[in-house]
Structures are given as C-alpha cells and as structure tokens.
Design a protein around this ligand. Structure first.
Ligand SMILES: C[S@@+](CC[C@H](N)C(=O)[O-])C[C@H]1O[C@@H](n2cnc3c(N)ncnc32)[C@H](O)[C@@H]1O
Length: 187
C-alpha cells in the first residue's frame, strides 16, 4: 500500500467480486483498516462469521502476521466457492462453505469478526469461542445518540448487551456519521 487511501490487492479482488455479483453489504474501507490493524496485534486463529465476497478476510489477511490463521464461513455455497477461488493461493486463509457454527472446530479464536446480524445475538456462544483477551468485532450498527441505543423506535438490545456484559470490556466506535461498530474484549 502506498497511501492510506489505497487498498491491498487482495481486497481489490474481493471488491471486484462484490461488483460482479451486485453484492452491496461488503465491509467498508474504514472497518477493513481497523480489522487489519487489530489482526496485526493477534496471533493464533482469527474467525470471520459471514464471508460475503471475502472483503473482511482480505483485510484481516493484509494485517495478520505470518503464521496467524484466518477462517471464514459463508452460508451461500456458490458465493463461498467464488471466494475460495480468490483465496486459493493465500496459505493462511480458509473460506469454509457452511453455517458459522462449522467454525467451532477451529476455536478458540483470538479475534472474531461477526458480520451477520442474527449471529450477534449469540453472545454466550461467541464468548465461549473466544480465548481470554480475545476480541469480538461486530459491524454495521446504526449510530444512535441515545442510551440505550434506539433504532427505528426500538431499543437495540443486542448492542446494549454487548456494551454492558460483564464478560467483556467493550466500546462502540462511530465509523461514519450514521454507522458504528462494537469492539468487545473478553476478560
Ligand atoms: C454483511 S455480509 C458479510 C460481509 C463480509 N463480512 C465483508 O467483510 O464484506 C453477511 C454474509 O453472511 C452470510 N451469512 C448469513 N447467515 C450466515 C450464517 N448463519 N453463517 C454463515 N454466513 C452467513 C450471508 O450470506 C452474507 O454473505
């Protein structure tokens, strides 16, 4: 990368796939750079739940040290197959076709990137998959000026739980005027 505005070549390939498929829910660059930064501080195994076209995995891979493994699960088999082709020559990344729970066999994780809304509600399950000091990154919340956070007139109970659960030290970060993510470290 020559400047903070460029993206790594592998990320570019996953974004090309997103364009080809009309896939519009890929991780944005700001979140990707955060994932790469966190990955650089991790060892062991990192997991992504919900691969999409592989953007998050590519950012994690761009930051991770040699020897750090990345596993990512995608429920849509045809999408998983396309992404597997992109990562076929990336030794430390495995794209798994199947439900996120298929990644349990690779646990414990030093970082989990949770990018499926329904999975975020599985806080007990996710806490059990993280090693002590392990980090969960939960993407794509709607920014809210209220506490507890309110979206469409309803309390966002999932975000509220992640930010208050005693098993984690957590913070919400604005990544744009209208979007935020949560980073939660397992005590
Ligand atoms: C928001 S997109 C993921 C974007 C991706 N993480 C990125 O960095 O660009 C969510 C993806 O999760 C997949 N998905 C939905 N439910 C899932 C599940 N139970 N297990 C694994 N993947 C799932 C969807 O098919 C979709 O591709």
């Amino acid at each position: 990368m020559s400047s903070p505005f460029d993206v790594p070549a592998l990320v570019g390939r996953t974004l090309d796939l997103a364009r080809q498929r009309g896939f519009i829910t890929s991780t944005r660059h700001e979140t990707g750079r955060l994932l790469a930064t966190l990955a650089a501080a991790r060892s062991g195994t990192l997991a992504e739940l919900g691969t999409g076209t592989g953007v998050g995995s590519a950012w994690l891979s761009s930051g991770a040290a040699e020897g750090t493994r990345i596993v990512s699960a995608e429920l849509d088999p045809s999408l998983a197959e396309d992404v597997q082709k992109i990562f076929s020559d990336v030794a430390n990344v495995d794209i798994v076709s199947g439900d996120w729970t298929t990644l349990e066999e690779y646990a414990p994780f030093s970082l989990i990137f949770v990018d499926v809304r329904e999975v975020m509600a599985e806080i007990d399950h996710l806490a059990a998959l993280l090693e002590p000091g392990g980090i969960a990154v939960l993407d794509d919340f709607t920014a809210s000026a209220h506490w507890p956070p309110i979206v469409d007139g309803q309390v966002d109970t999932v975000r509220e739980q992640w930010l208050t659960d005693e098993r984690f030290v957590a913070v919400e970060l604005l990544i744009d005027a209208d979007a935020s993510l949560v980073i939660a470290t397992r005590r």
